[in-house]
Design a protein around this ligand. Structure first.
Ligand SMILES: O=C1CCCN[C@@H]1CCCn1cnc2cc(F)c(Cl)cc2c1=O
Ligand SMILES: [Mg+2]
Length: 480
């Protein structure tokens, strides 16, 4: 039957796999860690891409496309940049029957692909800022548990790579891009995130500092990195000799940033909003915001009902609302209700004989199942209000659930207790690498070691504790 066989709060992993497949977002593939993105998922990616692409174009960032393949010499140019990542690199070793002279890597990220050309293109200060972005796939042959959207061996992302004459310009862009990532999560996906700075231990080793938007999955009690915006400092400029003659005629190295969000965004949205009836899509990213379903009744005016459905869809579409009618005659209305609930369509509109006779429609919200009768006369206005309310309500509910999982602690005992309760912990933080490693070691329980998520930008008052090394509050919990 249509119903899910797993409950979200009983068996989260199985529930998630079933929801993404039965909701027609994902099809499993015969290569482990690889998934088919079906149109119901791809349309969400495209809606976010349309927003983000327009925003970066306003910032004079240009799209480009670099090759998928990386020559080994270039990839291994920076030892400590990739040393931890080497096992993840996928290599092409043959073409047809014959071995390649030299194996070629498939890009896991494009710093080493792009930066030799940044060095070639950037000569004088007039060549700066250089700001490029590419929408592409990357491959990382991960071994830990593959999960659709969240962790896969190939995923879609955008990667921005920018170069500036001054650190000040780079610092500003890092924050501007991070705000776009917050916008994607909070305004489109209705998922609350915490903006912050990664610790020295968790940051991108090749960079100067990493900023992040951290999401939280109440069902697992774990934080999850939502997107990252790094300032690379001059590390890659040194490595790839990306210099320019500044306006004083001196030779200087550029200051760089790199930033990315990925198809993981979709998985986070599903995990946060989904329920035991299936997906729950925030209207802003739903390719179908309203599904109209005719409810004919034996001798009632069936043609009239179908015409009313078509007219309703037309009126909604003309006002910019993404509406469709499900007029298939081989499925019952009841079957259709379950089907579109499974797919997470935010609003259902039913038109039966009574509705038709009263020149009204019955609207049913996907998020809380509320039923609202709407006179045809103010259909557009009330449907718009409902969609806006659903969007806001999904965010508020998610924020309330996340805030309920945050525990402020001041002692190790409180910390350990909160960790065992799958909380996201806000603790005084010294940001010393050694201390962080020690915490990781001391918490290596069956739940997995604690790791720091970020030090949030908006910091509450830090208690004055004499002798405390704490410099800020930090969020941490067990890794996803
Ligand atoms: O996160 C971003 C934003 C967009 C551009 N890249 C950076 C850093 C990526 C880190 N990272 C992440 N994963 C990697 C995996 C690898 F196999 C290799 Cl060789 C390198 C890396 C690696 O550098
Ligand atoms: Mg990784």
């Amino acid at each position: 039957g249509l119903g899910l066989s797993y409950k979200k709060d009983d068996n989260f992993g199985e529930w998630y796999s079933e929801v993404v497949v039965n909701g027609e977002m994902i099809e499993y593939y015969d290569i482990s860690g690889c998934y088919i993105l079906r149109p119901w998922a791809m349309s969400i990616w495209e809606i976010m891409q349309t927003f983000f692409d327009a925003e970066i174009k306003k910032m004079k960032i240009r799209n480009c496309y670099f090759p998928l393949f990386v020559s080994p010499g270039v990839l291994q140019k920076e030892k400590d940049h990739i040393e931890g990542f080497a096992p993840e690199v996928a290599w092409v070793t043959k073409s047809g029957e014959s071995d390649l002279e030299v194996p070629i890597a498939i890009r896991p990220t494009s710093e080493t692909v792009m930066y030799p050309y940044f060095s070639k293109w950037i000569r004088g200060h007039r060549d700066l800022p250089l700001r490029l972005n590419q929408w592409c796939n990357v491959v990382r042959w991960e071994f830990s548990n593959p999960t659709p959207f969240i962790r896969s061996r190939e995923f879609l992302w955008q990667e921005g790579h920018t170069a500036f004459a001054t650190k000040e310009e780079a610092d500003i862009e890092v924050i501007d891009i991070l705000e776009l990532y917050r916008h994607i999560y909070e305004e489109f996906l209705a998922v609350p995130v915490i903006k912050g700075k990664k610790s020295e231990h968790e940051k991108f080793a090749g960079g100067l500092y990493t900023t992040t938007v951290e999401a939280f999955i109440p069902n697992t009690g774990r934080g999850i990195q939502g997107a990252t915006s790094h300032c690379l400092g001059q590390n890659f400029a040194k490595m790839f000799e990306i210099n320019f003659e500044n306006d004083k005629g001196e030779k200087a190295m550029v200051w760089q940033n790199s930033w990315a969000y990925t198809t993981r965004t979709i998985g986070v949205m599903i995990m946060v909003h989904g329920d035991d009836k299936g997906l729950v899509l925030p209207p802003k990213i739903a390719s179908v915001q309203v599904i109209v379903i005719p409810v004919p009744y034996k001798d009632a005016n069936t043609q009239g009902i179908f015409d009313a459905c078509a007219a309703t869809v037309k009126t909604l579409n003309e006002s910019g609302i993404r509406a469709e009618v499900d007029s298939r005659d081989n499925y019952s209305p009841g079957w259709k209700y379950s089907h579109w609930e499974l797919k997470g369509v935010p609003l259902r509109i039913e038109i039966g004989p009574k509705d038709f006779a009263n020149n009204q429609v019955r609207a049913v919200r996907r998020d809380n199942s509320a039923k609202i009768d709407i006179p045809m006369a103010n259909l557009v206005e009330q449907v718009n209000d409902l969609l806006n309310n659903i969007q806001k309500s999904l965010f508020e509910v998610a924020k309330q659930k996340r805030d309920a999982c945050i525990q402020v602690v001041n002692t190790w005992e409180e910390f350990a207790e909160a960790l065992s309760q799958k909380k996201m912990i806000m603790a005084p933080w010294c940001d010393e690498e050694e201390v962080e490693k020690d915490v990781k070691a001391r918490t290596k329980g069956e739940m997995g070691a604690a790791k720091s998520l970020c030090s949030p930008f908006d910091q509450p008052e830090l208690p004055e504790v004499p002798g405390s090394p704490a410099v800020a509050w930090g969020y941490m919990n067990i890794p996803s």
